[in-house]
Design a protein around this ligand. Structure first.
Ligand code: SAM
Ligand code: SF4
Length: 326
């Protein structure tokens, strides 16, 4: 039973946790190429603190947690944290967002630690384009995806941010790749989050355009995926493959938002596109009781804003996606 309800009547039962703001890639829409201004380790919530905050959320009815970042797999001992979080009473679904560059080494341990669902970023199937977008090696990511399949993760969702003139010519190839490897494919519209996100909106594509393009090549029928997220799904007829469209810009889904985000330094953000937040780390380190922690969370949720304003005020969100947790 979700006890966390905001002032617009939305039940909040999903927390995304940025376990690190660091990353081994530099996706053009997420982090500037030369960016190194990361939080220092003493500013990060430690595993005990993360567990404590999420245990409080779980007592308040949160059933679903996603580990994200930055790149979660660059945080040491992530499977240990996953094990602790999946064991929390009330937590039914622990998932991970990753760029998969280190997944081949960690897939089995993460699966054993209780992570069941994976989202993997993959913006191109061409090694040169992949390097141009991310600065990294495509081969490592493909190895990671195959290791995840072997380790038994289901579903595995591929996240692609289509960008005009960069990778938009690859959307059909990506559908074929996902059919071949039985992966769910999701397209995401570029959001003006942080400087990198704002610059990347120059190549923004409204996903209705991508949908029309795909409809000329594939028969798309209404599809459903479990997960309660913002994606609207279509299934490729004759296959089990679903394609999701995440449209924060062209058709926002704030009325059904069910989530909040815990940043790497323990700040609770109640909207990806607004600055409303409560700094939990100083409270944790000052000895807040469990009861006070729960009250603080309930009060923060009551202040959750109605919606983002990416279209009206694209300059608003200065913080990087990796800090808040994408
Ligand atoms: N490093 C992991 C990864 O890449 O999957 C997890 C963190 S990443 C911030 C989570 C998701 O946010 C990725 O799918 C990425 O494509 C997406 N993302 C990052 N910046 C974005 C932006 N400005 N607009 C849209 N999506 C963005
Ligand atoms: Fe790293 Fe993920 Fe951001 Fe790419 S999207 S730079 S992989 S955190």
């Amino acid at each position: 039973m979700a006890n966390l309800t905001d002032s617009f009547g939305r039940s909040i039962d999903y927390v995304r946790v940025s376990v690190t703001d660091r990353c081994d890639l530099r996706c053009c829409y997420c982090m500037p190429k030369q960016f190194h201004d990361f939080h220092e380790p003493e500013e990060w919530l430690n595993f005990d603190e993360i567990e404590r905050v999420l245990a409080a959320f779980a007592r308040l009815g949160t059933q679903r947690i996603r580990l994200t970042g930055g790149e979660p797999l660059v945080r040491k001992d992530l499977p240990q944290l996953a094990q602790r979080l999946s064991a929390l009473p009330g937590v039914e679904d622990l998932s991970l967002s990753t760029n998969a560059t280190h997944l081949d080494r960690h897939a089995t341990a993460l699966r054993a630690a209780g992570i069941s669902r994976l989202n993997i970023s993959l913006d191109s199937l061409n090694a040169d384009t992949f390097r141009q977008i991310t600065g990294g090696r495509l081969e490592k990511v493909l190895n990671g995806i195959m290791a995840a399949r072997e380790a038994g993760f289901r579903p595995i969702k591929i996240n692609m941010v289509p960008m005009r003139g960069v990778n938009d010519h690859e959307v059909e190839d990506m559908v074929h790749f996902c059919i071949e490897h039985q992966l769910t494919l999701r397209f995401i519209e570029t959001m003006p989050v942080g400087d990198a996100g704002r610059s990347a909106t120059e190549s923004y594509i409204d996903l209705s355009e991508i949908r029309k393009k795909l409809e000329q090549k594939f028969e798309l029928i209404p599809g459903v995926m479990p997960g309660g997220g913002p994606a609207r799904y279509l299934q490729v007829a004759g296959t089990k493959i679903n394609i999701g469209f995440i449209t924060p810009i062209s058709q926002h889904f704030c009325a059904t938002c069910n989530r909040v985000r815990l940043s790497v330094d323990g700040t609770l953000f109640t909207c990806l596109g607004q600055e409303h937040h409560v700094a939990l780390r100083p409270l944790l380190r000052a000895g807040i009781s469990d009861r006070e922690l729960e009250h603080t969370i309930v009060a923060a949720i009551r202040m959750k804003p109605e919606r983002h304003e990416f279209n009206e005020s694209p300059e608003k969100v200065l913080r990087f996606m990796s800090y808040t947790g994408g």
